[in-house]
Design a binder for this molecule. Sequence first.
Ligand code: ATP
Length: 313
Amino acid sequence: MRSYSLIAPAKINLYLEILGDRPDGYHELVMILQSIDLADKIDLRAISTDTIRVHCDNAQVPADKSNLAYRAAELMAKQFPESFAQYGGVEITIHKKIPIAAGLAGGSSNAAAVLVGIDLLWKLGLTQSELQELAAQIGSDVPFCIAGGTAIATGRGEQLSPLPSLDNLYIVLGKHRSLAVSTVWAYSTYRATFGHTYTRNIQNLESRAQAVHSGSMVKAIIHEDGAEIAQKLHNDLEKVVLPEYPKVSQLRQAFQASGANGAMMSGSGPTVFALCTSLEQAQQVHQQVRQIIPDPDLDLWIARMCSGGIQVS
Ligand code: ATP
């Protein structure tokens, strides 16, 4: 085959706890990540010139080397120069549905799709763990995006252990089109404000163990208890993003007032999601939040949790 189309799902964080600093400058994290069926479509086509080209139907997405999809193709070309020479270049077309700079790992998921697609295009036959090793060189969220589903992520987010899938739950997502939160800003502000609470000593470890509950979230997931999962949603980054972005805070309150089981900001925001145990409930929450915040700048989506990562369409 000379071309492939791939589905690249977004992710949300059901849980995000910052444990402390790492020598490599990243943070040591505990996250629970979940794929959702809000997804981009990525078309990959072999071309005769030995170049990498990126097109996207959203002008806000860069089409140059800074695009994570480009970086994924470049990494494959570097890693497998003989295949690059044999099969020629790659044209990548991104059909964007995932909002940009939204805390939903859109760019990471696009990069994961390019790794999976080039593996097929060049008939490399890489295993999932080999693809994930390459993915970690592009970004912390990229290995998760390859496998998708529900997983607990540690380290800087690249060490993954799968959890039972939660594809029977619905979420409503909300994002103000004009708002974007820089992930780098969110983590560096967190470090500046809460660095003193990092788990460098036992005293802090004990107090934080009481404050957070990744273990009880894992238990709720294993029991597929949607209502309990909603109670255990946690994101440390809310502590810095919500005070700085009142619209994000207001949206979170509106979700909670609309009958959702729980609401939380995803990743570094500004997307907020509400967790619902049925499609009917999600539709009601969607309608009610629209009434509470009639701002045309606010986009709302209903999505379903999904059990897989990158799929060939
Ligand atoms: P994360 O949750 O991993 O922090 P995000 O969802 O907040 O990611 P992205 O949508 O991946 O953020 O985009 C962040 C920035 O990366 C954008 O401002 C954009 O300029 C750049 N970018 C590079 N490649 C892509 C891509 N393929 N799709 C979207 N944005 C991209």
